[in-house]
Design a protein around this ligand. Structure first.
Ligand code: 0X9
Ligand code: ZN
Length: 303
């Protein structure tokens, strides 16, 4: 129902999720965790064998509208896990997987139809004619300070308060409403730059289990290389990329105490940037899948 030869629109991505639920009803469940500013549903796919002991991993895609490789890679990962689920190793099947391929459906629709370089959501400001909040500056952990902007015209505008936006608030609400899910992983998929980074977004703070996260990140980057993929730089986000606050990954670690939390910046290193040609979807998505598998293996080795 989907292909990975070109970038699909939102309707095709959502149709694909419902196709999976209809085709694999024992494994796949689609829910709407909330609605965007413009009223589009934010859809979540759960893949689970319903083993009651399973721990869980959340995969967030499409928070930045113009990073089209992100929803493409997240749907690719879903497709790879589901198409041969029975033959997947136990490190995959012993986890429950929660995928949001497009956390910013308004922005994605806008970049698809109107302005290819749109990044933020489509919230109207009360104080400015500029549109949009950077949803990756709007989360309720370390919100504010100078890792984000107070200017509604900025591409890193943080919004008026933590979780001011329905897109980020929907994820927080989903976590609050499901206190029994035992989260062990949170992966945010972005482009570009070829990074595998972990908290914090603030370069002046060091995460306490730095070594565990770095080891897993290095292992993922090595696995990508030995599979013939590209070079990925591993490290703390604020140091190896730049300072950013109110990001989802920091909220997952700092507020939800999730152990394995990463942001992946997929291909490339700036030649095409967010305009990555469709012929690279499969190779870039395969690299994202390797990160997912490596994190799942790392989690499996814990217990
Ligand atoms: O700025 C962001 O939100 C991410 N980069 S992107 O080019 N995809 O917009 C980086 C988030 C990772 N965190 C930090 N760099 N601190
Ligand atoms: Zn991004």
């Amino acid at each position: 129902r989907l292909t990975w030869n070109y970038y699909h629109n939102l309707d095709d991505i959502y149709d694909y999720l419902h196709y999976l639920e209809a085709t694999f009803p024992k494994l796949c469940t689609v829910t709407t965790i909330g609605d965007s500013v413009e009223g589009r549903p934010i859809k979540l796919l759960r893949i689970s064998n319903k083993n009651p002991n399973n721990k869980a991993v959340f995969v967030e895609g499409g928070i930045h509208a113009r990073e089209w490789i992100s929803p493409a890679a997240v749907t690719y990962i879903i497709n790879q896990l589901i198409s041969n689920y029975d033959d997947e190793p136990s490190y995959i099947k012993n986890l429950d997987w929660y995928f949001v391929p497009v956390l910013n459906p308004d922005g994605y629709t806008y970049t698809y139809n109107v302005d290819r370089l749109w990044r933020k959501n489509r919230a109207q400001s009360k104080t400015s004619d500029c549109v949009g909040v950077d949803l990756n500056r709007n989360w309720g952990y370390d919100w504010g300070s100078n890792g984000s902007s107070t200017d509604p015209c900025s591409n890193s505008y943080r919004g008026t308060k933590p979780f001011s936006e329905p897109e980020t608030a929907s994820v927080a609400k989903f976590f609050i409403n499901n206190p029994d899910i035992q989260w062990v992983g949170y992966l945010a998929v972005h482009s570009y730059g070829q990074f595998i980074v972990y908290p914090w977004g603030d370069p002046n703070r060091i995460v306490e289990d730095y070594e565990d996260l770095n080891d897993a990140g290095i292992q993922a980057a090595e696995n990508i290389l030995s599979a013939g993929g590209e070079t990925y730089t591993v490290g703390p986000a604020g140091l190896v990329i730049y300072k950013a606050t109110g990001i989802s990954m920091d909220w997952a670690k700092g507020s939800q105490a999730i152990k394995y939390v990463f942001t992946i910046e997929l291909r490339d290193k700036g030649n095409y940037g967010v305009l990555l040609p469709a012929k690279y979807i499969k190779v870039a998505s395969e690299e994202a899948l390797i990160v997912v598998r490596t994190v799942a293996q790392t989690i499996n080795n814990l217990s």
